[in-house]
Design a protein around this ligand. Structure first.
Ligand code: UFG
Length: 312
């Protein structure tokens, strides 16, 4: 939202606030609507002159998606279908979609390129792949152009300190590590140290939220300039292990951050790292944050100043 505003766009926000926070958005046009409510969506499109839709809303816990799959198909796939139908009806023909590296499943080749086979190993990834399929079909049937952004591990916080992560429950590595540094948790559990990686812990490609946001702005420009539908990885191409993230967090926070090794978490691939050359070449995107400490510093700044998240 901030990046769009900086670039002169006028974002209209639609959110049911089931997981988001009203305080995180400062816009004139805010609609508290669930994507399950088709009539409310149609009404919103009647009121607002919308050129393009950027669709972020989804449940995003891999573990929960395996325990309650229909909750994920309902929200991530069926409700996305509502949004697509309402968009088509309203004459919108440009769409940017938040997809995920989880659509690839277990990597057979690293770094992951966009043409890597998409065989998700969890329901979350599958629900995102279902929507990718809808978008491809709509392009053929209606000339509905879309950019699919396959996020790697979204991380960090607004460098100006206004927006940061506040999830309940929190499951992501960096916020959990920083909660230990804040004294809100005793220690961080390392889910497995026997992977086939240099230090035995899982390697991920942590992409800073500002770099991610920038990818959306460039995707919208690409579509506005008549660019065709495409899918892009959004990652730095650099992997950091769980142990490296904890070490970097110790340096940033000056806290010892006690850690203990726990069993592997089911469904975790050993390594997920992006080949992001396609988005670099096609959209001219480049990551600004490629260093773990730099990313963690922005997150630390947010968590330290908002120890209770948006309820502060
Ligand atoms: N981890 C720990 N301890 C923790 C939490 C996480 O060791 O307490 C490890 C995980 O096992 C993983 C790494 O830290 O190896 C990163 O875990 P996160 O939960 O922060 O992120 P994931 O890689 O599981 O998930 C991210 C996105 C998902 C997306 C997924 C694709 O958050 O939305 O990547 O694999 F689906």
């Amino acid at each position: 939202m901030k990046e769009l505003q900086k670039e002169g766009f006028h974002p209209v926000i639609v959110d049911d606030l089931s997981e988001g926070h009203r305080k995180a958005v400062s816009v004139d046009s805010f609609h508290q609507i669930s994507l399950a409510d088709r009539e409310a969506l149609q009404e919103m499109f009647r009121k607002e002159p919308v050129d393009a839709v950027v669709h972020f809303a989804a449940h995003c816990y891999v573990g929960e998606s395996m325990e309650d799959p229909l909750k994920y198909y309902r929200n991530n796939a069926a409700n996305a279908l509502n949004l697509l139908e309402a968009s088509v009806e309203a004459g919108v023909r440009r769409f940017v979609f938040s997809s995920t590296c989880a659509t690839y499943g277990d990597p057979v080749r690293l770094p992951l390129r966009e043409d890597h086979p998409q065989k998700p190993v969890n329901v979350y990834g599958d629900t995102k792949l279902v929507v990718e399929g809808m978008l491809r079909a709509l392009d053929r049937s209606h000339g509905f152009r879309s950019v699919i952004l396959r996020y790697f591990n979204a991380s960090g916080a607004d460098p100006e300190g206004m927006i940061g992560e506040d999830h309940d429950p929190e499951t992501h590595l960096i916020p959990l590590v920083l909660q230990v540094a804040l004294g809100q948790r005793e220690k961080i559990k390392i889910f497995g140290d026997d992977y086939d990686t240099p230090d035995g812990t899982c390697v991920r490609d942590y992409i800073h939220v500002v770099d991610l946001a920038r990818a959306h702005v460039l995707a919208l420009r690409h579509l506005a300039d008549g660019g065709g539908s495409d899918a892009f990885n959004v990652g730095t191409g650099k992997g950091f292990s769980v142990s490296e993230v904890i070490e970097a967090s110790r340096r940033v926070t000056g806290h010892p951050i006690p850690a203990e090794v726990d069993p592997r978490r089911p469904g975790d691939p050993a390594e997920l790292v992006a080949d992001s050359s396609r988005i670099q070449k096609t959209l001219g995107w480049e990551p600004r944050f490629t260093d773990a400490e730099e990313i963690i510093r922005t997150a630390w700044n947010w968590h330290r100043n908002h120890p209770d998240g948006y309820s502060d």
